[in-house]
Design a protein around this ligand. Structure first.
Ligand SMILES: Nc1ncnc2c1ncn2[C@@H]1O[C@H](COP(=O)(O)OP(=O)(O)OP(=O)(O)O)[C@@H](O)[C@H]1O
Ligand SMILES: [Mg+2]
Length: 226
């Protein structure tokens, strides 16, 4: 059974009398432990698709199964539950909380899972260690470099050990050296922990690195290297 199974999924927006088919009758199947890139021109629906896969938004039409569970008809509360249990997000802007230090930022998603304070701290420290940032645990985002902040965001996405990690332009703000470091890190995690990575990117360095490249155009899959 595929981990993610999208069948004729649509998400349309209506704005000022105009209908925008952000995602349009899209079919996509993603297996466990896949490491795939989603590419396509600006406006082709990549972020919208990621939001659907991560249960941040729900489809207007079609079927979207995650781990066998149909999410399209779920209430917002149920989608939130699935998201917290199964999905980690890595955003381009990192979205770290400025007043919290690195380890506190990483702990945040664990709170939603009801882990105790000690357990949260323990797992957050493990996640920081995995991304090579143990010595920066007490630093606030403003006291870290861009690449370090990005790794904190990754540690946060991974701390709860989600089955699915969704990343939107994770290398957008990084230079070549930090981009390859980040990719190596994600690939190691994919190999060691079998997590599924879906990475939206414009960067050929990223797509050259993944096992599979899905290209979107006008909200549909234009090509799929799988
Ligand atoms: N909340 C919204 N309301 C109306 N239209 C939207 C909304 N969000 C996205 N769109 C439109 O849907 C289409 C797909 O947007 P999306 O953000 O998914 O594109 P993208 O492929 O991620 O583009 P980029 O590479 O520029 O990030 C675009 O035409 C966009 O203008
Ligand atoms: Mg986008």
């Amino acid at each position: 059974m595929a981990l993610i199974e999208a069948r004729r999924v649509s998400k349309h927006y209506r704005l000022g009398g105009q209908e925008i088919k952000a995602v349009d009758e899209l079919d996509l199947s993603i297996d466990r432990a896949e490491f795939l890139a989603v590419m396509g021109p600006s406006g082709s629906g990549k972020t919208t698709l990621l939001n659907l896969l991560g249960c941040l938004a729900s489809p207007d039409k079609g079927s979207l199964k995650i781990d066998g569970e149909e999410t399209a008809a779920l209430s917002k509360a149920m989608r939130t539950k699935i998201r917290r249990e199964k999905v980690g997000f890595i955003f381009q802007e990192f979205n770290l909380i400025p007043i919290l230090n690195a380890v506190e930022n990483v702990e945040l998603p664990l709170k939603y899972q009801g882990a105790t304070k000690d357990e949260r701290r323990r797992r957050a420290n493990i996640a920081l260690e995995r991304v090579g940032l143990s010595e920066r645990a007490k630093h606030k985002p403003s006291q870290m470099s861009g690449g370090e902040q990005q790794r904190v965001a990754i540690a946060r996405a991974l701390a709860a050990e989600p089955a699915i990690v969704l990343a939107d332009e994770p290398t957008g703000e990084l230079d070549t050296e930090n981009t390859s470091k980040l990719l190596e890190l994600l690939k190691d995690l994919n190999r060691d922990f079998g997590q599924t990575f879906v990475i939206v990117t414009h960067d050929p360095a990223v797509s050259g690195f993944t096992n599979r490249v899905v290209r979107l155009r006008d909200g549909k899959v234009e090509s799929d290297s799988a």
